[in-house]
Design a binder for this molecule. Sequence first.
Ligand code: SF4
Length: 252
Amino acid sequence: MNLPVTYDLPLAPREILRLQGYKRPSDIPTPQVLAILEEAVREARRLLAPRHLFDIFDVAEVSGEEIRLAGKETLRFAGARSWWGDFRQVGLGVLTLGGALEGRVDALLEAREFPLAFMLDAAGWVAIEEAALALTNTICNVHIGRELKVTARHSPGYAGWDIWDQRVLFRLLPAERIGVRINDYCVMIPAKSLSFGVGIGPAAKVEQTQKCRRCDLRDCAFRLAPRRAALPIESETFLARQGTWDRLLGRP
Ligand code: SF4
């Protein structure tokens, strides 16, 4: 399915720092740490190459243990009804940021440039979450215009979904086209990749108003609630460093 996704990833500096252990308002990064963060964000922007595949499959039957798709494949997603409600189709996707960022992290580790390596790696994890949000918001936008709801995203290995179903996903989706494969343990390569499924249907289980509140898709014509406001900046020190944040976020 062709989806017009805009991967305009913010690479939220706070999220990157949170993954580095700066979790509370009192966890203030030093100017040196902010400089490393800035460099990592700059490198990440250069290296990220998001690509995705997404396709939709009709559901033949859902039991407590599995989803049988029309055709031959079965997804061993126990309790799918309780997560996704009355869904009629399953959308399956694979998303990747490519391998360049990981290659650069490996090179930095080799050169013992540990702070930048770990910061860049964290930026990659933030980027894949942001890219997944952009992709799933677009999937929602495309379907809600047809009066079809799209549930929250789940992945093999989580919430009752058998990890070995990665093999099913990779049989159904030609992931090699976007440069992703799985190894014998169902781990994706490159690692900054994500596979997922969503339930789709007119009565699929989703609290649409809450979903819209969290959604950053600015131009969605079907929005039911305003976007959640940006989190307030809690500490004086953070306020004092607003210039740095603005620079990191690319604001004029
Ligand atoms: S604003 Fe609401 S309806 Fe539109 S894509 Fe986002 S979640 Fe879906």
